[in-house]
Design a protein around this ligand. Sequence first.
Ligand code: NAP
Length: 381
Amino acid sequence: MNICAPQLAELPPSCGFAVPTTRRQRVLAVGVIGPGRVGSALLEQLRAAQPRLLRDSGLELKLCGVVASRRMWLDCDDTELNGRHGGAQIWRPNDLDAFAEHVRGNDGRHALLIDCSANDDVAAHYPRWLAAGLHVVTPNKLAGSGPLARWQAIRAACASGARFRYEATVCAGLPVVQTLRDLLDTGDALLAVEGMFSGTLAWLCNRHDGRQPFSALVREAHALGYTEPDPRDDLSGLDVARKLVILAREAGWPLSLEDVDLQGLVPSALAALPLDDFMQRLDELDAPMAAKLAEAHADGGVLRHVAHLDRRGHASVRLMVLPTTHAFAHTRLTDNIVQFTTRRYCDNPLSVQGPGAGPEVTAAGVFTDLLRIAESLEARA
Ligand SMILES: NC(=O)c1ccc[n+]([C@@H]2O[C@H](COP(=O)([O-])OP(=O)(O)OC[C@H]3O[C@@H](n4cnc5c(N)ncnc54)[C@H](OP(=O)(O)O)[C@@H]3O)[C@@H](O)[C@H]2O)c1
């Protein structure tokens, strides 16, 4: 999806727009949790955008720290930490609460934590951080799809005025959560959601034509960074089920993971193995997937991995054979597609489609959330 708007400076004087003479100056302190694939891409995007945001929007992003699973780097230790967080330099042991306190500061500034980990312990800190007034942005699905009580505690903690945003938890950089929120905020009612929510599984289904074993495709997707850190989170369908839960909760439906009828691609014998052992036994997926592909070909259709949710709370995630004329049969590469059937969009659903995986686009989805929060901040500090 491309939104092209002319820059104010490019508009001719007669165009009728008033060019602002003063800008609202705002400072936003930012801490990044999880400098992995998405976190590193985000740090690069933030660094590159800093001068432009300050010049064009009056927004000063202060990158105050980075914390990984065992270490953290704070700007009071090293002012250039964000360019060198992976190299030899001063670091401290990971301490998430101390990290949050450091980013929050004691001068009443706006502060935001970005969780780019896939860690449940980090997600468990959100209610406390939000209640303390720290904004939280994340592509980590574990809060939005985790225990309902924790989700409700997160929502309740936002009474402090802090914002919690998680656009990149569903289809990476695509505007899916925001689209649903806009529909609901304008008085529409959600009737059903259907889609292919996994860039990884979309890519695997598109490429799985019988010329290569399925396991070879999974290894390739893992190497390209299309899969979750553990590819079983994709192959099991769990990652898709989490996205369905996040969308259902966004619509106000109290769905939990246990409510989703989930048919995964990982045989139970491989489900509990350590990651390395699972990767070595990947070829055990080849025969069942070849059989499913033969079934699709026999029906003259294609295999697609489809998530479905209706307003009665029925939620399912499964591999399906679809006719070649179906919209889901014509996606490309890692394209995700999400269709919202609503009271207004009932004859023809509203669709959002595009690449739904990869560190760059995911980081951009996180960055968009940061900018939406920054837009709403009053001048302070
Ligand atoms: N990759 C994608 O295309 C994509 C798409 C949509 C959503 N996401 C989501 O984005 C998140 C990041 O994915 P990724 O691919 O970037 O994963 P990744 O490369 O494995 O990075 C995860 C990072 O989290 C850090 N971490 C783990 N536990 C931590 C803890 N307790 N405290 C602080 N940091 C911790 C790790 O630290 P170490 O460096 O010390 O190990 C690592 O830097 C995940 O939630 C994923 O589901 C990813």
